[in-house]
Design a protein around this ligand. Sequence first.
Ligand code: PEP
Ligand code: MG
Length: 605
Amino acid sequence: KQKTAYEIPKRDWSSDVCSSDLRGIPVSTGVCVGKILILGQQRAAISRQEISESDVPHQLERLEQGLLTTRQQLHEIQQQVTQAMGAKDASIFEAHVLVLDDPTLLEGVTRMIAEEKVTAEWAFHVVAERFAKTLEALPDDYLRERIADLRDVAARVVNNLLGHEEAVDVARLKEPCIVIAHDLAPSTTARLDKKMVLGFGTDVGGKTSHTAIMARSLRIPAVVGLQDASHKLHNGQTALLDGFNGLVILSPTDQTLFEYGQIEQRQKGFEERLREIHDQPAVTLDGAQITLSANVEEAADSAEVKLAGGEGVGLFRTEFLFLNRSTLPSEEEQYQAYRQVAAELKPAPVIIRTLDLGGDKLPTFVGVAQDAAEMNPFLGWRAIRFCLQESAIFRAQLRAILRASAEGNVKIMYPMISGLEELTQSNELVEQCKAELRAAGVPFDENLEIGAMIEIPSAVMIADSLAKRVKFFSIGTNDLIQYTLAVDRLNEKIAYLYDPTHPAVLKLIKQTVDAAHRHGIWVGVCGEMASDPAMVPLLLGLGVDELSTTPPLVPPIKYIVRRLKLAECTELANFALECESSAEILTRSQALVSRAAPDLFGGRA
Ligand code: PEP
Ligand code: MG
């Protein structure tokens, strides 16, 4: 059973595709052609190798040379980073140089070479790792923060000793390329040099992984689930990556390039038409208006929201402010980011979701969440659970959001609410933060609205109790689907089971909508289901009041809404709630979209 949700109807490329080409799951539309760059294979395995007594001086020399090369590299990187991002960001490399100067570490390495008669790289690796383990056990936060530096530097020294090229710095790529990796963590994706990355493909992954979501919001064509692409492909090969159909075509022929060129042209023509409805509301042909907002990951994204014609922000994924750094963002830094988005989009609402770290979004700051890998991170220490335990981090964020709420258009939303207790505890913390700000005379919005994400089946079951205590719901279908169907949203092997039109999922959405409306509050959908053209009639028919999509999809989703009739959507939803086959529901919903908007995606619908 092949599900086509989140993608445009397929063209059959089977005749054009040769055996050397790779098929995966399309997660971000668009086509690109370029040279392949494989990430993540630079760090070769290192093993213990013994040497003879007479080789010891040679190994000591090698060590010295390796340290010298590393020092030069660090110096160069530091200068480049200072130029590009300022001295503050470059200071991390000073810490790296300090590691190289550590006398105890160096003494340990030289002693090991001489006494145990092993190669310089093995000795450096073992001694540095021993140091890291010792630091891990210390209660001192500052020292513990040095572990990541230590490991980074050790890997660099070992790479240099092994004569391996320096690991690719994804933030500073030399030429445009298609990035291929076994997996890309959201933190790595956030660091990618966007000007140089034409597209990317990964061996593993699913449509609603945060990496896939980011690809869509960055408008970078992407394919996941390519199985062993990172081993089969080589650096420098020319390929075409088709983010519509999930293909990587090696050495594309002129004919293939010509056909893809035509697709791009049609796409551009359609985008032109979408610009005409930029300032129009998302209203159906029979007059039902919904709110169409956008999801953002960082403050700079507010420009994208305006460009797309989004009516504010339905989901600000604040955790991206916390990734790729060794220290926590301060309350002030967060405040500036939240205020910037609120000020730029005012009076449109900006819904700031509190920290959703965990799952596939793992922080690198020390002392928190990285002590041990979890067996089931999506069922683990994530989101509101993390925040309620790490209450200092949570409070700083709440205070920052409250301060930003002085702009008048900010709302708070809690992720991963599984029970009432989490909601009431969070609300209590908000009240405490408000009292502190009041006492200090710091302005904030006294009427700031608070909402809950509905993304766990238990939250749906108690939606009436939750609805009494919040001002809105936003359904996180990405998680709701994975938790309802017990399907890891990142696992390409079971991606066929990740099924937005599963009757159970639709019933849960309906129950949530009904509970919200019974209590007079609105309900939105901010999961990727809202960004899927084929899902729009179903969600409208189920009674959803708001859709929040990735910014580039705001225009096509609006286009579809404006061509549908709510009455037809309601009829479809009623059918779906009775139907036992998810495939049939999907087919009917797709057919309705195709009928209503046949010119969607260049008339190929
Ligand atoms: C969701 O789960 O649908 C959601 C919007 O949150 P996230 O994708 O960040 O988990
Ligand atoms: Mg979620």
